[in-house]
Design a protein around this ligand. Structure first.
Ligand code: CUA
Length: 168
């Protein structure tokens, strides 16, 4: 009858409203999560370059010397070589850069797989013999950032530490 029809319409309207509200809440949560992940950790794009001879990257000129090259007023390349069990440059030669530096990391390994990670950032790339991995990051916040190895590589795995100091 008429009353039942009216009731059904009303119920349908409320159902639609609640479906819309729950979808909207999920969307808002998703957007907020993505915003804070990007805001706190930064987004990084990873690319890799392969060499037919796995020994080649270790012989490249960029991986000799300090491992740091200024490429612009506020841009730097950092060349990181992982070996059991150290990063070069590592803690013995901390990398000091001004806040706002755009850094492109070039990461490789001279022996086995290592995991190049800069704590407190989204920089996380596997160091592979015969492969140079690239990852870019802008250091906006001053502070000390530690490089670690996050891929188990043997007895001295936990000793693979490096240091990036961002000055204010
Ligand atoms: Cu290198 Cu773990």
């Amino acid at each position: 009858d008429a009353f039942e029809d009216k009731f059904h319409h009303l119920a349908l309207r409320h159902e639609r409203a609640w479906v819309f509200i729950s979808v909207a809440m999920i969307a808002v949560l998703f957007i907020v999560t993505v915003y804070f992940v990007v805001h706190d950790y930064g987004l990084v794009a990873k690319t890799v370059q392969f060499y037919s001879n796995p020994d080649t990257p270790a012989t490249l000129a960029d991986f000799q010397g300090s491992g740091i090259k200024q490429t612009g007023p506020n841009s730097y390349n950092i060349y990181e070589m992982g070996r059991a069990w150290s990063w070069t440059p590592g803690t013995a030669t901390p990398i000091t850069l001004p806040a706002g530096s755009h850094v492109k990391f070039y990461v490789t390994s001279g022996d086995v797989l290592h995991g190049f990670e800069v704590q407190g950032t989204s920089i996380n790339i596997t160091a592979i013999p015969g492969v140079v991995g690239h990852v870019s990051y802008t250091f906006d916040k001053p502070g000390t950032y530690y490089i670690i190895c996050n891929e188990y590589c043997g007895a001295g795995h936990q000793a693979m530490i490096g240091k990036i100091v961002i000055t204010g």
